[in-house]
Design a protein around this ligand. Sequence first.
Ligand SMILES: Nc1nc(=O)c2c([nH]1)NC[C@@H]1CN(c3ccc(C(=O)N[C@@H](CCC(=O)O)C(=O)O)cc3)C=[N+]21
Length: 297
Amino acid sequence: MTTIIDGNEIGDQITACVAACTDTLVSEGVTPGLATVLMSDDGASETYVSMKQQACEEIGIEGFHHEISADEPAETLFSTIDELNADPAVHGILVQMPVPDHVTKRDVLERIDPMKDVDGFHPENVGRLVAGNARYKPCTPHGIQKILAETGVETEGKDAVVVGRSDIVGKPMANLLIQYGPGGNATTTVCHSRTEDLAEKTRGADIVIAAAGVPEMIDGSMLSDGTTVIDVGINRVDADTDKGYELVGDVDFESAKAMADAITPVPGGVGPLTIAMLMYNTVKAASLQSGVDISLP
Ligand SMILES: Nc1nc(=O)c2c([nH]1)NC[C@@H]1CN(c3ccc(C(=O)N[C@@H](CCC(=O)O)C(=O)O)cc3)C=[N+]21
């Protein structure tokens, strides 16, 4: 029997812990604050940002939201970031990616105070992660580590294949998997668009993490029996539904399920964990900035 991993359930467990930590902080006079900044007219981005704000509200984190028109100059975004950096009520800042083409992503990431960088994308935080001394683990890879732990999937000594080398998922995921300690110690291969024989690599894997952003690119014929399959894709493809699209992952679910020991669905797999770990990092940020101790799992 293949286990269909319930990301909503695992996310809810983490959210409950984060909410308890929030209560502790509030009782010490510190209300965690998360600012989201959206500079895009993209419908998917709007959906994700509002999901993040909704999660804040449920937990008791104070949400601040800023919208900047996509045709504004980059300076408008930078001055918003500067104000949020200086605002003591804001412990975490998330600038929703992607930003418009005329705004240099690197400049945005470097502008955010590393102590408030709850995405973990600032070079200082990336450096700390690679050095094995993470401050804020990037939300999606961290959430995947929680999924593997909750599902009882051992990583130590296993062959993990990460498909995709993005700064947001692929690179930090691979770094977490090769780290010493629980959730790490995996023999890790990173595949990408120039990989010559992808199916050969994925067939040799105990754990496949699909994060290439290509709808249904990994199918059952590319997997061995008993693999753990983690699908990070959230692709909107045109479909005859109310919304005019449906969400599909980077994995062809039905054929992959037939081979997998455990698999995450889309939606309801990795996505809810990304949000839960963002809340986790926000509460951690509030603790670090206020000096109030909390015990995060
Ligand atoms: N600075 C920054 N940080 C991010 O963390 C970030 C970002 N930019 N840009 C875009 C991606 C995407 N992302 C998602 C988070 C949750 C779901 C999620 O919860 N999805 C639901 C379904 C949502 C739906 O129905 O559309 C699910 O998979 O069950 C999806 C996507 C965060 N991102």
